[in-house]
Design a protein around this ligand. Structure first.
Ligand SMILES: Nc1ncnc2c1ncn2[C@@H]1O[C@H](COP(=O)(O)OP(=O)(O)OP(=O)(O)O)[C@@H](O)[C@H]1O
Ligand SMILES: [Mg+2]
Length: 250
């Protein structure tokens, strides 16, 4: 969790005084925000419009870069404006911290670059005119090897202190034959499990089981299977330094 404010004091001031434009910014507005924040020198195009965030292909002095922009007004609760702006910055900050932790630990994630307000920049994966496809959208030539790489990737994330809580073939990009994990806004830190490790580790186990099931369903099309429960147990046991789950896991 970031220990610094997610919004600049100036933004907070504008929210408090009602002088901020609270409409959904749209492409031009977001592109301007990305340039104003100094995250990129050029916004090339929209790569993806998701539920909570849009991803843009940008460039910094000619070098490609992906920028994920959390949308400020996702829900119908427009009354809670300051809360919304802050929440989306918080999500961007949370995702940035999670990616940084994963990347520092050597896991396969796009290198995070910077985060400003609700915007987060990272390494762009793909060719200049074609972003890397999602695992869901590719037809694998060597599925067993690739599944092994994905499973090793999940182990590596955990060893770096991160459990992805929305693991699926939609949140893995295939770039140069390697799986890259993306979309970390709801990820769980497992290197520091807080005051009550049992709760965090139980959450992590549930997330892993869920993720392995989703991946198992995907790889089933290649006639492959994933042992979701035993894999999740093995990872969680390796994280359970104090043995708080030892009587509960199978
Ligand atoms: N670093 C990157 N390089 C290239 N493309 C990317 C990168 N990060 C994200 N994308 C593209 O943007 C899409 C959405 O990214 P992500 O899953 O992080 O956002 P999201 O908010 O979860 O979107 P959704 O609501 O659709 O799940 C990805 O499926 C991928 O196509
Ligand atoms: Mg996603």
């Amino acid at each position: 969790m970031p220990n610094h404010p997610t919004l600049d004091a100036s933004v907070q001031w504008r929210i408090d005084h009602g002088t901020i434009d609270l409409r959904e910014p749209g492409y031009r507005g977001t592109a301007e925000a990305i340039l104003d924040a100094g995250l990129a020198t050029e916004v090339r195009r929209l790569i993806s419009a998701g539920k909570e965030a849009d991803v843009y292909l940008c460039a910094y002095n000619g070098a490609p870069l992906a920028v994920k922009a959390y949308r400020l007004y996702r829900t119908s609760h427009r009354g809670g404006r300051p809360i919304k702006a802050d929440t989306m910055s918080w999500l961007a900050a949370q995702e940035f911290e999670m990616m940084r932790q994963a990347w520092k630990g050597g896991a396969s994630v796009p290198t995070p670059a910077r985060r400003v307000e609700n915007l987060l920049s990272m390494r762009y994966l793909g060719e200049p005119d074609e972003p890397a496809p999602r695992l869901h959208d590719v037809s694998l030539e060597a599925p067993a090897e690739f599944m092994e790489a994905v499973l090793t990737g999940v182990d590596k994330l955990a060893a770096a202190g991160i459990v992805h809580s929305d693991l699926s073939a939609f949140n893995i990009l295939v770039h140069e034959g390697v799986p890259f994990f993306i979309d970390f806004s709801d990820a769980i830190r497992v290197d520091r499990t807080g005051g009550v490790p049992w709760i965090r580790l139980t959450q992590a186990r549930d997330a892993l089981v869920h993720g392995f099931h989703a991946l198992g369903k995907h790889f089933h099309r290649y006639g492959l299977a994933i042992e979701a429960d035993s894999r999740a147990d093995r990872i969680v046991q390796s994280l359970d330094r104090f043995g708080v789950l030892s009587n509960r896991t199978r």
